[in-house]
Design a protein around this ligand. Structure first.
Ligand SMILES: Nc1ncnc2c1ncn2[C@@H]1O[C@H](COP(=O)(O)OP(=O)(O)OP(=O)(O)O)[C@@H](O)[C@H]1O
Ligand SMILES: [Mg+2]
Length: 454
């Protein structure tokens, strides 16, 4: 069953139970309340009559007694009975004769004291209140009675109004529940639709879901997830396209020369050159595959990092040492500027060998592009330790700069385009940050920063 219907049915059932219970409790309490009210009314009237009678010498009450029976429209009707208790003689009755005799009987056997209650007369029930009236030496009993049927009619009248209000409230709650469930369920089914499209990889057909609160958060998470998944799939696609392209071209060269040598097209020095080329291309492929495997591991295997406290300066010195043959061959100068001072610590949590690899990749690029000099500067602020590697070359070309850390992105004089992607994976894996930009006067700037060890 659809969630919308489930919610509506649960709400309606709950509402019926609550309203039903409320109506039942109210209806049963209402009669008691009305009876109590009638008792009060009878007491007031009776007491007023008792006080009035005290001042009279003779029995001249009929008009006064008749007045007692006249009550406002909404109250229960009042019947009056007056009995002389000395001789049990009936003096006045507004009740029908058979009911009067039942009342007289009751008074006959009951002691002459104040009686009250709901009396069953055989001709219906009455709410009764009795009073002792003293006039001269005579003891009179005044009985005021309201038929229960009248009170029940009143109860039913009030209950009808109450049921009408409850029914109106119920309909209103039902409309409200339908609106609320629709507002809840519609975005949920939209999110569901979006998820189905994501499983089919139809990322561009996904519509934006408008919703507030938790459902809105889920919708935002789904849209974020779809964006990331789309980007991931695209990156994977490009990676395979680029990787196959990068691997195919050396393979074609190798195959071309190998066939040429085998078929005798190349001979002598040409064959020698061809063989050298085959060796060079094989080496290039080997290092390409090694870099690809390393990059894949860096991005997927968290356990590849072996963290310890390392000195950024020492790691950089090791990297420079490893590159010394290349530095000498290219006749480039490396200047180091230590902005940390002697006292400031340059210790960070990182993987020593991998961080050195990241520095080597950046430095070897700088060696390729620098005119004469590479400047390495160590800097620090309150929270970070930074290393800037700046060369005096032409700078990073503008079309490459925004994607420089992506895989297989390379510019003029580029090689495989994996070095900086590896550097970024390493630096970020060690919880650092890496940025690239150009100096105004030309020359590339690479900044690597780590949070200080605290
Ligand atoms: N110091 C620099 N000056 C100018 N351009 C640079 C510099 N460093 C990198 N680049 C540009 O960024 C591109 C990507 O560099 P990256 O190191 O990722 O790849 P690569 O050097 O081409 O190949 P490899 O995988 O062998 O390192 C380079 O091809 C080059 O165009
Ligand atoms: Mg490189």
């Amino acid at each position: 069953m659809k969630l919308k219907h489930q919610l509506n049915i649960s709400f309606i059932t709950l509402m019926f139970i609550i309203l039903g219970l409320a109506a039942y409790v109210f209806y049963s309490l209402l009669l008691n309340m009305l009876i109590e009210d009638q008792f009060k009314e009878l007491r007031l009237k009776g007491q007023a009559f008792v006080n009035y009678a005290k001042g009279q010498n003779d029995y001249l009450f009929d008009e006064e007694l008749n007045r007692l029976t006249k009550v406002p429209e909404q109250a229960g009707k009042i019947e009056v009975l007056l009995v002389n208790m000395n001789d049990r003689q009936l003096m006045f009755s507004s009740l029908p004769s058979d009911v009067t005799s039942t009342f007289l009987n009751k008074l006959q056997y009951e002691p002459p004291r104040v009686l009250r209650g709901v009396w069953n007369t055989g001709q219906g029930k009455y709410v009764v209140e009795t009073f002792r009236v003293r006039m001269n030496k005579q003891k009179l009993a005044l009985v005021l009675a309201t038929p229960l049927t009248g009170i029940k009619d009143l109860q039913w009248d009030i209950a009808k109004k109450l049921f009408l209000i409850l029914a109106f409230g119920g309909i209103l709650a039902l409309i409200l529940s339908t609106i609320i469930t629709r507002r809840l369920v519609t975005p949920l089914s939209q999110v569901n639709k979006a998820l189905k499209k994501i499983t089919k990889r139809q990322f561009d057909d996904i519509e934006k879901v408008k919703a507030a609160g938790e459902i809105g958060e889920v919708a935002r998470s789904v849209s974020q997830m779809s964006g990331e998944l789309k980007q991931y799939i695209n990156t994977q696609k490009h990676f395979f396209q680029n990787a196959s392209h990068e691997l195919k071209s050396p393979l074609m060269t190798i195959r071309g020369y190998a066939e040429g040598i085998k078929d005798g097209v190349f001979s002598g020095q040409e064959a020698q050159d061809g063989l050298n080329l085959i060796i060079n291309e094989s080496d290039r492929m080997k290092s390409l595959v090694t870099e690809m495997v390393l990059l894949a591991k860096l991005e997927t295997d968290e356990n590849i990092f072996h963290f310890k406290q390392v000195s950024v300066k020492e790691v950089m010195n090791e990297a420079i040492e490893r590159l010394m043959p290349l530095i000498n061959e290219k006749q480039k100068k490396i200047n180091i500027h230590d902005g940390l001072g002697d006292k400031a610590s340059d210790l960070v949590q990182a993987d020593n060998d991998k961080l050195m690899q990241a520095f080597i990749n950046i430095l070897s690029n700088a060696l390729r592009y620098a005119k004469d000099t590479i400047n390495i500067t160590y800097l620090t602020d309150k929270n970070n330790i930074k290393v800037e590697i700046v060369d005096d070359g032409p700078g990073i070309s503008h079309d490459v700069l925004p994607y420089i850390f992506h895989r297989f992105i390379k510019g003029d004089k580029g090689q495989s385009g994996l070095g900086l992607a590896i550097s970024r994976a390493i630096v970020e894996g060690c919880n650092g940050e890496i940025h690239a930009c150009n100096q105004e006067k030309g020359g590339a700037v690479f900044t690597i920063s780590f949070a200080k060890n605290k």
